[in-house]
Design a protein around this ligand. Structure first.
Ligand code: ATP
Ligand code: FE2
Length: 327
């Protein structure tokens, strides 16, 4: 019975997993009216709600805290103040319950949770707020085959959505607008090898918006068609390069049904299988942390309570820094 804690950015989540089965998955998100996330405020939010969410998680999973056998937490990468609150809470609980603690890489957890969908050795298109990466396992590590050269795709979409005054998070709202248009406006297509870039497209979109010549629906549609095509192209190249036969979507932007549809078409044409976890497991969540934590625990990768002080956060750890000792 593993309890997982997620706290890398605006979401504080707790999940409980037992033998690969998700028993509960709850979260609360820190939001701002205007502007981006303020790390200290988000951390304060996590600290305030942690204990209540913990109790709620136990109730939802119908277990008592004595049944918990280990605590997993997102140790990397993320906003330092947020990671610290997650770690403090994890240590507090590990001590209280006298159970081992497991530090988990958040990006790798997004990938591993895909196993629940049936994927065995996929290329992962990880498209979230802060991250955009194409990742696959090769010789002991998850390698990053392609990634954004500037901002994450979710932040790109959210930034444009804020600019046109439709609020945060922008992804679902842009999707709704896009569904109302079929009028494609030419935008820069920015892909270099397997890497992508969004800031030039963002500037262009803002200029077009300010020219007032086009409807926002057309802009939303053109935005999605352009940047999703870039992601699908880079993912297809990664599939060709690695010879893998599965594509897995991860991260909050993967909730987008147009992105899912485009991936499906590409996979069908390449005779690959396509996997996408349920929405609850796509966005930042504690269950994926618990899920990977359980896999690591079973392979003996954990820290005993008495050595807990040695554990620290690692805000900048990259996916390919992680030694995958559990495969
Ligand atoms: P990270 O994993 O990089 O720390 P995060 O915590 O910001 O990032 P997630 O919770 O995985 O990310 O995803 C949030 C992002 O997903 C937001 O940018 C939001 O706009 C986007 N998003 C959610 N639903 C949709 C959708 N239907 N279409 C496009 N984007 C979406
Ligand atoms: Fe994430």
């Amino acid at each position: 019975m593993i309890l997982g804690i997620e706290s890398t950015a605006h979401t504080f989540g707790i999940g409980i997993v037992n033998n690969g089965k998700v028993l509960c998955n709850i979260r609360e998100m820190y939001t701002t009216e205007k502007g981006g996330i303020i790390p200290m405020e988000s951390a304060e939010h996590h600290k305030k709600i942690a204990e209540d969410l913990f109790e709620e998680a136990l109730r939802e999973a119908s277990i008592s805290k004595k049944e918990i056998t280990a605590i997993a937490f997102s140790q990397s990468p993320g906003l330092a103040p947020c990671l610290i609150e997650g770690m403090k809470f994890a240590k507090k609980k590990a001590k209280e319950l006298n159970v081992p603690i497991i530090g988990v890489n958040h990006c790798v957890a997004h990938l591993e949770i895909g196993r629940l969908t049936g994927a065995t050795d996929p290329v992962l298109l990880y498209a979230s707020g802060a991250n955009t990466q194409i990742i696959a396992y090769e010789s002991g590590k998850y390698r990053v085959f392609g990634e954004t050269l500037d901002i994450g795709i979710g932040n790109f979409i959210d930034n444009f959505a804020r600019f046109i005054g439709i609020g945060f998070p922008g992804g679902p709202k842009i999707q709704k607008l896009a569904e109302k248009s079929k009028n494609y406006i030419e935008l820069p297509y920015s892909i270099k090898g397997m890497d992508v870039a969004f800031s030039g497209i963002l500037t262009k979109l803002k200029q077009i918006y300010e020219s007032r010549k086009y409807k926002v629906e057309d802009l939303a549609f053109s935005l999605q068609e352009t940047v999703f095509a870039m992601l699908v192209e880079a993912s297809e190249r990664a599939l060709a390069h690695t010879g893998k036969k599965e594509l897995l979507l991860g991260g909050g932007v993967a909730c987008n049904t147009r992105l899912q549809g485009m991936c499906k078409i590409m996979c069908k044409e390449r005779e690959c299988k396509f996997f996408v976890p349920s929405k609850d497991l796509l966005v930042d969540n504690g269950s994926m942390i618990a899920y990977l934590g359980e896999i690591m625990l079973k392979k003996g990768i954990f820290t005993k309570v008495k050595n807990m002080e040695k554990i620290d956060i690692n805000p900048r750890e990259r996916t390919d820094d992680v030694e995958v000792k559990w495969k």
